[in-house]
Design a protein around this ligand. Structure first.
Ligand code: ARG
Length: 587
C-alpha cells in the first residue's frame, strides 16, 4: 500500500503544541508553536517565551499550562517536562517513531509532501555565451540551477528551465566578418583534431577579431556593417551566425552530458529569441512614462538605487546608436516569462556581480505592472570560484580555466583514490565509478558551500573519502547497500513494539526530517542545506551501525534494523539524486 504524504514528526508535534496552546490559553490560539529539535528531549517548544509578554504572564507558568494540555491529549508523547525559563520538552514514545519508518518506506517518494504543487517556477540557469568557452562561473549556475530544478520538481512543482544563451550582440558581427576574411581559420568540429573544442577555437578567433577591431579602423568599419547585416536578417550573415551557434551549443551539450544536468536543447531560449519584442517592450515603457531620454539614449532611472555620485542608476533600453543590449533583453525576458509562460516564480541563478542588474530589471518590471505581488522574482546569486591561491580562478597566463579540463582532472584524481580503496574492479567498472565519483565530487563541493560565499577549487579535498564530500556520501550509500545485499531479503518487516536504542532514535529523527529540509531548500534556494543534512544523516547512520549490530541482531530486531538501513539508503540515494549526483551500488 502506498499513501502519498507522511507528515514529519516535527509537523505533528507542531500541530499538537498548537492544539495545546489553543486549549490551555484560548486567547493565544493560532500562535506559532515554535517547535525545534532539542538536546534534552526529541523536541522542544519555545512558544511560552515568545508569548509571555502578550499574555502578561511568566513564561514558566505558560509553559506549565501548555505542558499539562499536551500531556492530556497527545497519546504518542511519552514525556513532557518544563525546563529553563519556559521550554516545553517533548519526548516521543518509541512506537510512533518506528511507525514513521514503516510509513515512509511504504509511501511514494518517502512520503515527502508536495509543497510545490500547483506552482510554476521558471529557472534561468547556465546561460553560457556562444563562441566563448564555458568557465567555472558557468559551472556554478549550471549545478545550482539544476539542483533547484530537481528539488522543486520533487516537491510537486512545475519547473520550466530556461538556458539564456548569450547568442546575440555586436561581437557576432565582428566574428563573422573576421571568419569571412580568414577562410583558412579552422573551427568546425569536422576540421579540428580529436579532442579540440569548437568553442575554444572560436574563442581564440574572437580575440583575434577583437584585436583587429581595436587596431584597424577599416576592419572596424566592415565589422560594424556586418552587425547591421546580422540585425537586418541578411541571409548569408544569419546563416553564418546559425552555424556558430550550433557548433557552440554542441560543445556546451557535451559538458551538460558529462555533468549529467537536465538541460536539453529545448531549454535553450537565448538572447536572440527576444529580438522581435525589443521595440515593443521599449514602446510600452515609453508610453507608460517609465523610460526617458537621456543624451540621445533611452533609459529607465531607478527610483530606489543611486550611484556613488548620488544620481539614480539607469537601465539602458536603447543606446544612442539605436542598438539594444543585455538590459533590454532581460526586460523582454521577464515580461515573456510572466505573460506568456505564466510563471508564479522566477529564479535567476546568476553570478553575484550581476546583483544591481537584476535589482533594476525587477524594479522596472514592477513599475511596468508586469511583476505583480503574486509573482515572486529572485536573483539566486552565487560567489566566485577561487583558485588554490585564493584569487579568482585563472590559468597561469591569466585566462579563465576551462571547465572540461577541471572535470577531467577531478575524474582522474577520483580514479586514483577509488582504485586504492577497492582493488577488485574491472577496468570498465572503474571508469564508470571514477566518472561518477569525480563529477559528483565537483558538484558536491560546489553545492555544499553556502551559495553566496566564494570557495577555492581544491581537487584533492573534493575527492576525499572522508569529511563532508560527495565521495564520502556515495561511499556511505554503497556500504549500506552492501549490508542489504548480505541480508538477502528485500522487504524488512518492522515490529513497532520494540524499544528504541538511543542511536536508532537519533537516526530515525534525522531520516524523518528529509522532507522538511527539502521544503527549506525550496524556499531559500540553498542546496547546501540538503548537503549538510545528508552529511549529518550519514554520520548518524555510522553511529547507529557502530552501536547496533544489524545482521546479527536477534529475533525481530534484525528486521527493524534492516528497515533503518533501507530507509537510510533510499534517503541518501534520493538526496544525492536531487543534488544531481550518482549513487552507485558499489565503489
Ligand atoms: N550569459 C550571461 C553571462 O554569461 C548569463 C545570463 C544570465 N541570465 C539572464 N537572464 N541575464 O554572464
Amino acid at each position: 500500500m502506498s499513501s502519498n504524504e507522511v507528515p514529519s514528526l516535527t509537523r505533528k508535534i507542531e500541530a499538537a503544541v498548537a492544539g495545546a496552546i489553543g486549549r490551555a490559553l484560548p486567547d493565544l490560539a493560532g500562535a506559532d508553536p515554535v517547535v525545534r529539535r532539542s538536546d534534552h528531549a526529541d523536541f522542544q517548544s519555545n512558544a511560552a517565551l515568545a508569548l509571555a509578554k502578550r499574555a502578561r504572564r511568566k513564561p514558566a507558568d505558560l509553559a506549565g499550562l501548555v505542558a499539562d494540555a499536551l500531556r492530556a491529549d497527545a497519546v504518542s508523547v511519552a514525556d513532557v517536562s518544563v525546563s529553563g525559563p519556559g521550554f516545553v520538552n517533548i519526548t516521543l514514545a518509541d512506537a510512533p517513531l518506528w511507525q514513521q519508518v514503516v510509513d515512509r518506506l511504504a509511501a511514494r517518494q518517502l512520503g515527502v509532501s508536495a509543497s510545490e504543487l500547483g506552482r510554476r517556477t521558471v529557472i534561468d540557469y547556465s546561460g553560457p555565451n556562444i563562441a566563448k568557452e564555458m568557465h567555472v562561473g558557468h559551472l556554478r549556475t549550471t549545478i545550482i540551477g539544476d539542483c533547484l530544478a530537481r528539488v522543486l520538481t520533487f516537491l510537486g512543482g512545475e519547473v520550466i528551465r530556461q538556458n539564456h544563451l548569450g547568442d546575440w550582440g555586436t561581437q557576432f558581427g565582428m566574428l563573422i566578418q573576421y571568419l569571412d576574411e580568414h577562410p583558412e581559420a579552422s573551427w568546425h568540429r569536422s576540421d579540428l583534431a580529436d579532442g579540440a573544442s569548437t568553442v575554444s577555437a572560436l574563442d581564440t578567433l574572437y580575440r583575434a577579431a577583437r584585436a583587429d577591431f581595436d587596431s584597424d579602423a577599416s576592419f572596424a568599419d566592415r565589422a560594424r556593417r556586418r552587425v547591421v547585416e546580422l540585425q537586418s536578417g541578411e541571409e548569408a550573415t544569419v546563416s553564418r551566425w546559425r552555424e556558430i551557434v550550433a557548433e557552440s551549443e554542441f560543445a556546451f551539450r557535451e559538458i551538460y552530458g558529462r555533468l549529467g544536468v537536465l538541460l536539453t536543447p529545448e531549454d535553450s531560449v537565448g538572447e536572440s529569441y527576444y529580438n522581435g519584442w525589443l521595440p515593443d517592450v521599449v514602446t510600452e515603457l515609453v508610453e507608460s512614462g517609465i523610460a526617458v531620454e537621456s543624451d540621445g539614449a533611452l533609459c529607465v532611472f531607478s527610483t530606489e538605487v543611486t550611484g556613488p555620485d548620488g544620481d539614480p542608476v539607469p537601465l539602458m533600453l536603447r543606446k544612442n546608436d539605436g542598438g539594444y543590449g543585455y538590459d533590454t533583453t532581460d526586460l523582454a525576458t521577464i515580461r515573456y516569462r510572466i505573460r506568456d509562460l505564466k510563471a508564479d516564480r522566477l529564479l535567476y541563478v546568476v553570478d553575484a556581480r550581476q546583483a544591481l542588474h537584476f535589482r533594476l530589471v525587477f524594479e522596472t518590471a514592477r513599475r511596468a505592472g508586469w511583476l505583480t505581488d503574486d509573482v515572486e522574482a529572485a536573483h539566486v546569486s552565487y560567489g566566485t570560484v577561487l583558485g588554490p591561491d585564493g584569487r579568482p580562478f585563472k590559468t597561469r597566463s591569466g585566462d579563465t580555466v576551462k571547465l572540461m579540463h577541471l572535470l577531467e582532472t577531478a575524474i582522474e584524481r577520483a580514479r586514483g583514490i577509488v582504485s586504492e580503496k577497492v582493488s577488485d574492479l574491472d577496468p570498465a567498472e572503474l571508469d564508470q565509478i571514477a566518472e561518477q565519483a569525480g563529477i559528483g565530487a565537483v558538484k558536491y563541493a560546489d553545492l555544499s558551500t553556502s551559495r553566496t560565499k566564494d570557495y577555492a577549487f581544491d581537487v584533492e579535498r573534493m575527492v576525499s573519502f572522508s569529511g563532508n564530500t560527495g565521495v564520502y556520501l556515495q561511499y556511505a550509500h554503497t556500504r549500506i547497500r552492501s549490508i542489504l545485499r548480505k541480508a538477502g531479503s528485500t522487504d524488512a518487516v518492522i515490529d513497532p513494539s520494540l524499544p528504541l536504542q538511543p542511536a536508532e532514535r537519533a537516526l530515525i529523527l534525522r531520516l524523518d526530517a528529509f522532507g522538511d529540509i527539502l521544503a527549506d531548500v525550496g524556499v531559500t534556494f540553498e542546496p547546501h542545506r540538503l548537503c549538510g543534512y545528508l552529511y549529518d544523516l550519514a554520520r548518524a547512520y555510522t553511529d547507529f551501525y557502530e552501536a547496533c549490530p544489524v545482521l546479527t541482531a536477534p529475533g525481530t530486531l534484525r528486521g527493524n534494523r534492516l528497515a533503518l538501513c533501507q530507509l537510510t539508503a533510499h534517503t541518501l540515494a534520493h538526496g544525492l539524486d536531487l543534488l544531481g549526483i550518482a549513487a552507485p551500488d558499489r565503489m
